[in-house]
Design a protein around this ligand. Sequence first.
Ligand SMILES: [Zn+2]
Length: 459
Amino acid sequence: MSYLLLSGATVVGASGRQLTDVLIKDEKIDAIGDLDEYLPESVTRVDCSGKFLLPGGVDVHTHIDSPLMGTTTADDFVSGTVAAATGGTTTLIDFAQQLPGEDLATSLEKHREKAKGKAVVDYGFHMCITNLYSGFESHMGELTQEGVSSFKIFMAYRGSLMVNDGEMYDILRTAGKYGAKLCVHAENGDVIDRMARDLVENGQVGPGNHELARPPATEIEAVERAIRISKMAEVPLYFVHLSTDGAVEAVARAQSEGWPIGAETCTHYLTLDRAIYDQPGFEPAKAVLTPPLRTQRHRDALWRGLNTGALSVVSSDHCPFCFDEKRRLGGDDFRSIPNGGPGVEHRMSVMYGLGVAQNRMTLEKYVEVTALNPAKTFGLHPRKGEITPGADADIIILDPKGTTRISAGTQKQNMDYTLYEGFTLPGSMDAVYSRGELIASNGEYVGKSGRGRFIPRIP
Ligand SMILES: [Zn+2]
């Protein structure tokens, strides 16, 4: 048995903070409080005065080692999870993709093999449904029982990933039957495809046109439609990566009518501007991700949505493709640029540095949207997402006086760019513990290889 005492820190939860000690016994949080009288003899002490102790980040939206748009995302489960760990994220839920011609169980098994022995943080999977087949319902039931208790559908990308409205209805009904959660990528894919075609026919083939083919209304319409279908199916759903004011309004309206829609936004929609699409050359391709980056008006609405609770989760949507790979596939036609960008490494730092430190959200809200709510929403709580006795000892020691510098040259993500190049942010992730083990120290990974575990999730 080994004991570790993190002493004198300000421990932060969603409902408040207190100056206290945290005792860790092996992999779990054993006790919190003024513990001096009760300490075992052999305890390792770490002085955390002046620091914040936060629950390790829970990132519920990553695409690691994933086949998408004719290529594969740039991070495997080693680089992707090392990047997560050094940035303060100790649990991931990654998207497993149903592959063409395969059933859900077969595709999940292939993805699971990619993570085994490689991941260094704990992980689970959502299963993307891209093709219905006879018997998909029972597979959804089986996967849910195995702890893969959430699924995802796309309302865009016809011909590869998209399901139609009737299929969405069927999948929702099935998810409801098994107590599984359905994540929805909400964009009107058919209209987007036509807008993109018109741009290309007009000779507008450069990467900045990606934004023009996906105006805010294409997201808002899909969000409103999905909410209506969810009501018809009498099963709630969860929107991934919302980016617009109208989407936040639609979700808030449904919630105020008592319909429990869940919704996330991502680091980049909160913090980055669409101006990158106006840059010359192929530079805009770095932000060819879906939905695209928006204007300040939308960012203001997203921050409001987080602070009022309409949006409850901030994820990274880490879906990395190197700049060269984007050029190789989509240099002549923006429609072929693989859609996605990196983010798992910097979500916690950026949300602290640009959110908490700039007074856009409290530290308590930060804990709520980066750890507690993601864990609760996807069946990981109380094991993950909170510093509380009995939980896994997944803890970040954050120094508010430190700084974090972001650059492609030093990042752990297997990427040749970052959308946060040159950012210097207040706050540093001094130490990251996962199940009681120190896995990252001052931005370097110091844990064992392949130590991450699959965490089955409660439906
Ligand atoms: Zn995604």
